[in-house]
Design a protein around this ligand. Structure first.
Ligand code: KG4
Ligand code: ZN
Length: 369
């Protein structure tokens, strides 16, 4: 999410890839797992998507990170007006909706409760089914909203503020963990290093912008676990290495604007090189040719460029969600529900009035369900 984003942005989309749903479904998607209130309406018959997002970034920036209690309270304020706006904009009524999809987890407990309570209340009042969606499944399937649309199977690189995982994806609901970070997530490392460089939360996009003015070759930071022989990651040492470098430059009175940009460039080069190397290793280990990249860090242009170059060289291909659907949004939740219902429409028969949130929930667990 870019710092320059207005607190409330409205995006209306045209037609997106159709999920091959054999019947016509209008799905309302609700996302409140962290610091974005996202609402969308997805029409599976024609791929028409309307979505609205309220970002809380300005509110949390003053604290340098997400304050869970403030996040929950803001979701309460924003969610119902956003639903009303999306319905109005889509020129339909709440009664036209076939199902309500809501992020059930993982995420902040209080924030998830806002979305799931509203979804359960709406579902009960309207007599519509409520479908709980795994937040990472939303990210993982969102590249299928873009053209060209990747076929299954593929390797998914999930790179967000809370997760860094490589998954083998055989189909909707079939997710096998190949590797993950043993400490910080990639987005978290971006945010922490950005803060070190004096950039405000969330620093990923700002650091990436600063890196454009820097020279990545001036400083060399480590490529953690690049030769570990497995598909795991570690990013906390990278942030520490950047900190040590900053202190040394400060001691030499050389921590000027150019030095900040050069550290940003060196940091980004390191993290991108590791993500590219492990993604290619995962593709080769699974004998697959398609890589799907999802989650906030998937918006990083250097990562996209390097992944495109590397996969093209080896006859493989990388796929991404539309740029502004990389970070959290309601569209990916509505779309994931459409994909799930295309596989198995039976949840439509069970209206779900009560709801359990799952703040900690491994994506692999839904493979079994
Ligand atoms: O997927 P997301 O919106 O939220 C989570 O589910 O965590 O990802 C947010 C993360 C933040 O850490 C943010 O700094 C990072 O994605 N991010 C970026 C970029 N855009 C967002 N990191 C690097 N470069 C970007 N352009
Ligand atoms: Zn996310």
């Amino acid at each position: 999410m870019s710092n320059s984003r207005k607190p409330n942005i409205i995006t209306t989309y045209g037609t997106f890839a159709k999920p091959h749903v054999p019947f016509h479904l209008l799905i309302l998607g609700i996302e409140t797992s962290c610091d974005e209130t996202g609402v969308a309406l997805y029409d599976s018959a024609n791929g028409q998507l309307t979505h609205r997002l309220h970002s809380q970034i300005e509110m949390h920036a003053a604290y340098g990170g997400v304050v869970p209690e403030l996040a929950s309270r803001d979701h309460i304020r924003r969610l119902i007006p956003l639903i009303e706006d999306v319905i109005k904009e889509s020129v339909c009524s709440l009664n036209d909706i076939d199902a309500i999809a809501v992020t059930q987890g993982p995420g902040l407990g209080g924030a998830l409760l806002v979305g799931t309570s509203v979804a359960a209340g709406l579902g009960t009042a309207l007599g519509k089914p409520v479908i709980g969606i795994h937040h990472l499944e939303g990210h993982l399937l969102s590249p299928l909203l873009s053209e060209p649309r990747p076929d299954f199977p593929f390797v998914a690189l999930l790179v967000s503020g809370g997760h860094t995982q490589l998954m083998a994806v055989e189909g909707v609901g079939s997710y096998r963990l190949l590797g993950e970070t043993v400490d910080d997530a990639a987005g978290e490392a971006f945010d922490k290093t950005a803060s070190l460089l004096g950039l405000s939360y969330p620093g990923g996009p700002a650091l990436s912008k600063l890196a454009e003015k820097g020279t990545s070759g001036r400083f060399k930071l480590p490529r953690p676990m690049i030769a570990s022989g497995d598909l795991n990651f570690s990013f906390s040492g990278l942030k520490t290495a950047a900190q040590v470098l900053k202190r040394k430059l400060e001691a030499d009175n050389a921590f000027d604007h150019q030095a900040r940009a050069d550290i940003a460039a060196a940091f980004q080069a390191s993290i991108v090189e590791v993500l590219v190397a492990k993604s290619l290793a995962a593709l080769n280990a699974c004998n697959m040719t398609r890589l799907v990249v999802a989650g906030g860090v998937g918006a990083n242009s250097s990562l996209r460029q390097k992944l495109n170059q590397a996969t093209a060289k080896s006859g493989q291909k990388a796929y991404y969600p539309p740029l502004d659907l990389c970070t959290d949004n309601g569209a990916m939740i509505a779309f994931a529900a459409a994909m799930r219902l295309a596989e198995n429409p039976s949840p439509l028969e069970n209206s779900c009035a009560s709801f359990n949130i799952k703040p900690r929930w491994a994506l692999e667990e839904i493979s079994a369900s």
